[in-house]
Write a protein that binds this ligand. Structure first.
Ligand SMILES: [Zn+2]
Length: 340
């Protein structure tokens, strides 16, 4: 059932409607940002089309042998140059093994889509990263997309719909997926990453509505960087120069070299959040799990001082791109922050 997937209520409604009326288009494009569940929706649709015990709304039961096999995909030892089959012999996918989807992959898919189902009701194929179909691979699919057999479906999944050829676009029905709201995303993050509800909402906002981005994020590492950035802001406000120089050293140390720019990003984000707290613009704040500490910073630093900090951080970021000494730059930045 679609409700096991996060967000995109209108798409769920539309797919239910299509399923209930037997009007699922045979060539579909699922377009939208990365990590909003496009492929999961495609697999759920493939399950619904083959389910042996569909729900009254026409959806997959998620439990019958057909559904369970369609939701079960091999995890390794796949020849990426061929169709990757689920445990169900009528549901498969192709994805680019390199920069592009190969013509042979497109040809194999076209051939298989023209066969009758082996055991289910609908042969269903997913083309992941369909924007990687180059002209030759696209052309190998055109005839099939135009004259799809009644028992076959192809779902093209893409983050970059504009990169598809007009000849492919015109043959498919397009469904556009929206980013998830932080409320929709937070329960999933909390479950997968074992963090508090407040932290899960912060991660959701940082990931800008993409479950994929949120789950890929190394939150332990980001949280450590954020903690260092927070310590810098607090030491700058206390004008604790000794502590600032220690933090600057830590920030520019060889071991933390890759940390410098992400730490600068965190400094900007936290200064911005403190500024928003001061301005009472709560709904735009990202790090709501740090409310108490950010409010203290907002209470002690004036709005204009926070803006000056953000400008100084931008400046050092520009200097870093011309390869200045990281240690000197970090010292200069942190001491400048302490003095106003
Ligand atoms: Zn089922």
């Amino acid at each position: 059932m679609f409700d096991r997937l996060q967000g995109n209520g209108p798409i769920k409604e539309l797919l239910r409607h299509m399923l209930a009326h037997g009007r699922v288009p045979h060539a579909l494009i699922f377009a939208g940002e990365s990590g909003v569940g496009k492929k999961e929706f495609a697999i759920e649709l493939a399950a619904a089309l083959n389910c042996q015990e569909r729900t009254p709304t026409g959806e997959a039961c998620d439990r019958c042998p057909s559904c369970t096999r369609i939701m079960n995909w091999p995890t390794e030892n796949q020849n990426e140059n061929r169709i990757i089959w689920s445990m169900h012999p009528d549901v498969g996918l192709i994805r680019p093994p390199g920069r592009f989807i190969l013509v042979e992959q497109a040809r194999e898919l076209a051939r298989e889509a023209n066969l009758n189902p082996y055991e289910g009701a609908a042969r269903t194929f997913i083309i992941d990263e369909a924007d990687k179909l180059n002209e030759a691979a696209s052309n190998a699919l055109l005839k099939t997309l135009e004259e799809m057999p009644h028992t076959s479906y192809i779902i093209l999944v893409t983050e970059r719909i504009a990169a598809l050829l007009p000849t492919v676009l015109s043959r498919c029905q397009k469904l556009r997926f929206a980013p998830l709201s932080s409320e929709e995303l937070a329960p999933l993050i909390q479950r997968e990453k074992r963090v508090s509800a407040e932290e899960a909402r912060t991660i959701a906002r940082l990931a800008r509505g993409s479950a994929g981005r949120a789950l890929r994020m190394d939150w332990e590492e980001e949280r450590a960087r954020r903690e260092r950035a927070l310590a810098i802001l607090e030491a700058a406000l206390a004008e604790d120069r000794a502590r600032l120089l220690r933090l600057a050293e830590e920030m520019s140390e060889a071991a933390h070299k890759e940390d410098l720019e992400p730490t600068l990003d965190w400094l900007t984000l936290l200064a911005r959040d403190a500024w928003l707290f001061g301005a009472g613009a709560d709904e735009q704040i990202i790090n709501t799990d740090l409310r108490a500490r950010l409010e203290r910073i907002a209470a002690r630093a004036t709005a204009s001082r926070l803006v000056r900090w953000i400008e100084k951080i931008d400046e050092i970021r520009r200097h870093l791109s011309v390869n200045i000494n990281r240690r000197i730059a970090s010292d200069a930045l942190l001491l400048a922050m302490a003095s106003g």
